[in-house]
Design a protein around this ligand. Sequence first.
Ligand code: DUC
Ligand code: ZN
Ligand code: ZN
Length: 491
Amino acid sequence: MGILFKGGTVINADGKHRVDVLVEGETIAQIGADLSPDGHQVIDCAGKLVMPGGIDVHTHLDLPFGGTYSNDDFSTGHRAAAFGGTTSHIDFVIQPKGGSLHDGLATWRKKAEKAQIDYAFHMAITDLRPEVLEEIPSMVDEGITSLKLFMAYKNVFQIDDTTLFRAMKVAAKHGMIVMVHAENGDVEAELTPALLAAGKTDPIYHSHSRPPEIEGEATNRAVMMSGLTGCSLYVVHMTCQSAVEALSRGRALGYPVMGETCIQYFFLTAEEHLGAPGFEGAKFVCSPPIRTKHDQEVLWHAINRGPLSIVSTDHCDFWYEGGVGPYEEWAANHPNGDWHEYEAQDPTYRRPGKERGKGNFAKIPNGLPAIEDRMMVLWHAGVNGGRMTAERFVEVSCTNPAKVFGMYPRKGAIVVGADADIAVWDPDKEHTISAKTHHMVCDYNLFEGMTVRGVPVQVFVRGKQVVDGDQWLGHNGYGKFIPRKPFAPII
Ligand code: DUC
Ligand code: ZN
Ligand code: ZN
């Protein structure tokens, strides 16, 4: 017995069709008009849209960062993702300083044991010793075909230009893609102490410490490195005109460069959100910072007309009011423990969060909750709002992620032979986004109070239904690692 999605409109990146979809086991077996329901479980899709499950290529689940850990892990984050129509994601393994890439991989594999949806890994290099440079090609055998390098976060994750150049040369040879967080961390490290010394400690000053010029400069540098080495480059979380222009210049020169933006950058502004009264602005502190209305228009244009290819989230959520319970005492007594252990003692305990940065914006953990809302908000503002077609919506949130990161056509499209990752959308259903009802482990929501029209009502991962309306049907351990292919296309 298969599952027959009957009577819906299938939307792929290249078109919309009134066809039925038959799933057998974990994959799509047949697509066609009026397929026979005999012997199958029928999902009535009349009036509904049948789309590929979303792929969020930029997440940080359970990330040790900013003196704490991001809240959502490979169980809670996966549930939240699927409720929003996302059925796979790619998380960043962080190489431990002094350790190997495989050391980092072992840590992230352990985190992912409870996966509820499918996932892949990028490898973030923080310490490129000669033996680590030699280790890079072995990542391809592990199904990891993308490297991440941070040009920001001095003394934490930041790499220098020598490292970027060397890593790109090796990556190019093996068909790997290099991703960069493009902000000039050296300049940020000059600006931040000067602002703090001048008494400028509120959340809004986080954006002053990371102006668009440092993003534009670093983006241009990475683009030119791609030209020098021939290595495919993917610039993550692009936010502003100067960065988008640098990417466009690279593409015009024929360099193999691509970029993404994240959903929040279309909606939030530094002035309104980071500048909110009191400490509220901390909720919106991420790097690069949210910008201006003008930059939002640049991004909408760039995602429709190029040079941007993908909308992701950089999901990395922290409590607004965290640090509840005797965590300092606990941490002192458990030097190798993690916050999950601490919270398991008592669900009212909370690991540290944004409150760490009261009186010092530089201590606010950087990151936002978005994995659940990405597709609903993009559909509503993009498709309902007349800013993008439904096909382009599928392209930037499902298909391009699969193509750019070597998972296509197994993921990212409703085609015969693909994994049956399917989101059935009700285009007429309204939903008001709120922290009171979302599934992310976070005490606030970026889009609080926004009513969206068009939401996923039934979600399937490899043929298994995980979401039915408000009901969660998935379980820990169902999600599988997606090994990815090298030499992916430039989109
Ligand atoms: N930016 C964030 O805001 N959070 C996680 C890491 C990053 O680069
Ligand atoms: Zn980043
Ligand atoms: Zn990130």
